[in-house]
Design a protein around this ligand. Structure first.
Ligand code: DUC
Ligand code: ZN
Ligand code: ZN
Length: 468
């Protein structure tokens, strides 16, 4: 089966070119110069004239079905990967979880059981280590060598749930330094945060906005700095800071990078567009919709501006979503009268490609940087390149035909995520995902869905090819 995506502007991390993209089966086989007048007659043709052709988006941070905060993230691998596909994302990297006391491999097997046969697009796993001990350190080696899982998330937050102390973090980093894995860090000082949370509740400060106020930027910056120092002690273990939201944390990352360190970071659309005052501070219990950690930051400070700048300068390498949706009904409502009981998480897997394209429209990012931050760098960072993340011969035919002249209006009425609200209700984007192709198969076209559950494959990842 051959497919020709004809006459579009192919966008890659280093430039653009008008080209016909020839696909045979699941792979891209050639980029052809249309002015050369080739005579290929494919089985299927897609007219991409006037549109961008980009590699399918890679969301390197999702939590489908994550049990958390007394409930579970509302998107299953079925609903969440379908929504991702609608939004031009053709690969997710989800977080498998080892709970404290659990065998790491059992946690991984449980995630395979959730995802297997249910995904609409390709998927891979990072591993959350909920308990660092001799057994889990050994398991890290086994996951890297045999399971295609080459990155491990640790938490400096959530004492009693996922938290690791500095000694555990150091040991995991030393192991990763030996086996080549990436350590991913949730960098917030959870011990100090828990004190602030208890004090706020005791004062009767129970509204959702206090979720943000009790997780100050200084405690994200402190933890980020500490993680960077621990990684240095572990002989420059590769370190990736997840969901970075505060300017002060970004400064520490920038400093480490200026020193030539293997320190990387991602941010998420919610930190680029949403704020503590306007969303988390919405009247009544409304702000619960935007309770996530790290929290939204103040619009009276320069966080969002600095994050866009960080994306331009590559101090922020990637935009992921931290997709962790909860419905208001029965889920966010668990925290009525006590913000500390609101399940932490925002859903956005469907909108990342559009929301970051809006950064191109607004003059924040170049077209190339858009593609790099949503697809190419995630592939390189997490051992999927060049199979994913680039429109090039030999790569998987994961393609999005993006229409810069159409518009997208985000709403709960039209989104496909399993959420009873949208974190971006009413937001308009100049640009729209048109056709989505996953391994050579058209799964979205002209507003219709042609994919199916179970067609997505598990991807065994290699080591990062992004290290200095
Ligand atoms: N942050 C969230 O908002 N949700 C899931 C886990 C996390 O770290
Ligand atoms: Zn986290
Ligand atoms: Zn997360």
């Amino acid at each position: 089966m051959s497919l020709l995506v004809k006459g579009g502007t192919v966008v890659g991390p280093t430039g653009t070119q008008v080209a016909d993209v020839l696909v045979e089966g699941e792979k891209i086989v050639a980029l052809l110069d249309p002015s050369f007048g080739h005579s290929i007659t494919p089985d299927q043709m897609i007219d991409a004239a006037g549109k961008y052709v980009i590699p399918g988006g890679i969301d390197a941070h999702t939590h489908m079905e994550l049990p958390f905060g007394g409930t579970a993230a509302s998107d299953t691998f079925d609903t969440g990967t379908r929504a991702a596909a609608w939004g031009g994302t053709t690969t997710i990297i989800d977080f498998a979880v080892q709970r404290t006391g659990e065998v790491v491999q059992d946690g991984l097997a449980a995630w395979h059981a959730k995802a297997d046969g249910n995904c609409h697009i390709d998927y891979a796993f990072h591993m959350i280590l909920g308990g660092v001990d001799d057994d889990s350190l050994k398991a890290m080696d086994q996951l890297v060598s045999d399971e295609g899982v080459t990155s491990f998330k640790l938490f400096m937050a959530y004492p009693g749930v996922f938290y690791s102390d500095d000694g555990q973090i150091l040991r995991a980093m030393q192991t990763a330094r030996e086996n080549g894995a990436m350590v991913m860090m949730h960098a917030e000082n959870g011990i100090a945060i828990d004190v602030l949370v208890q004090q706020a509740i005791a004062r009767g400060e129970t509204d959702p906005i206090y979720h943000g106020i009790t997780r100050p930027a200084a405690l994200e910056a402190e933890a980020t700095n500490r993680a960077i120092a621990l990684a240095e002690v572990a002989r420059d273990c590769p370190l990736y800071i997840v969901h970075l939201s505060a300017s002060q944390a970004l400064e520490h990352v920038a400093q480490a990078r200026d020193a030539g360190r293997n320190v990387f970071a991602e941010t998420c659309p919610q930190y680029l567009y949403l704020t503590l005052e306007d969303q988390l501070g919405a009247p009544g219990f409304e702000g619960a919709k935007w309770v996530c950690s790290t929290p939204l930051r103040s619009k009276h400070e320069s966080h969002a501006k600095d994050l866009w700048k960080g994306l331009r300068s590559n101090d922020l390498a990637i935009v992921s979503t931290d997709h962790c949706p909860f419905c208001m009904k029965d889920q966010k409502e668990l925290g009525l009268g006590d913000f500390s009981k609101i399940p932490n998480g925002i859903g956005g897997v469907e909108h990342r490609v559009d929301l970051i394209y809006q950064g191109v429209v607004d003059g924040q990012l170049s077209l190339e940087r858009w593609v790099e931050t949503i697809a190419t760098t995630p592939a390189r960072m997490f051992g999927l390149y060049p199979r994913k993340g680039i429109v090039a011969p030999g790569s998987d035919a994961d393609l999005v035909v993006y229409d810069p002249n159409a518009t997208t209006r985000i709403s709960v009425d039209t989104h496909h995520m399993n959420m009873d609200y949208s974190a971006y209700e009413g937001v308009e984007i100049k640009g729209r995902v048109g056709t989505v192709i996953s391994r050579g198969e058209v799964i979205v076209a002209d507003g219709n869905y042609h994919g199916r559950k179970g067609r997505g494959k598990f991807l065994e990842r290699g080591l990062s090819s992004y290290l200095v």
